[in-house]
Design a protein around this ligand. Structure first.
Ligand SMILES: [Zn+2]
Ligand SMILES: [Zn+2]
Length: 143
């Protein structure tokens, strides 16, 4: 994906009717910085605190909630591990190994065939966002 632009994100936040607070700006900047990683709230807190030690972790949590409500941030839970966050524009899915926990990032259209089948067979318009598919990774499937 193209590198997200912090100014554009802040603009959207304003369009959503949300105030651009210092904490929101810092958390969004930390998410942009994190690139395609899936930082936890704590990771993001550390990034924010590196430059702004006065920002509390509880503020980071609250800010993530409000950014999620505004539709800018997606919270992605992997079973058995802390919730992670990424920008909503970073559209993708995952396959995750049930045995060793390795994750593979899948393209946004990875489930196109399933989606069209759901529509055809059930009239269901699926809009999966950040699906995680379980199974076994290459290493674990071989052993
Ligand atoms: Zn993801
Ligand atoms: Zn594995």
């Amino acid at each position: 994906m193209a590198a997200p632009d912090l100014d554009a994100l802040l603009h959207r936040l304003r369009d959503e009717g949300s105030r651009v607070t210092t904490a929101r700006r810092l958390v969004l900047a930390a998410l942009v910085d994190a690139g395609g990683e899936h930082p936890t709230a704590e990771d993001l807190g550390q990034r924010v605190q590196a430059s702004n030690p006065e920002v509390h972790l509880s503020t980071v949590y609250r800010t993530l909630d409000s950014l999620e409500h505004a539709g800018l941030v997606v919270r992605a839970g992997f079973r058995g591990s802390a919730a992670t966050y990424h920008l909503a524009d970073d559209h993708h899915h995952h396959a995750r190994c049930d045995r060793c926990g390795a994750t593979v990032e899948l393209a946004a259209d990875a489930f196109a065939a399933v989606i069209s089948r759901l529509r055809r067979d059930h009239g269901f318009v699926a809009a999966p966002h950040h699906l995680t598919v379980g199974g076994h990774c290459r290493d674990c499937a071989d052993s």
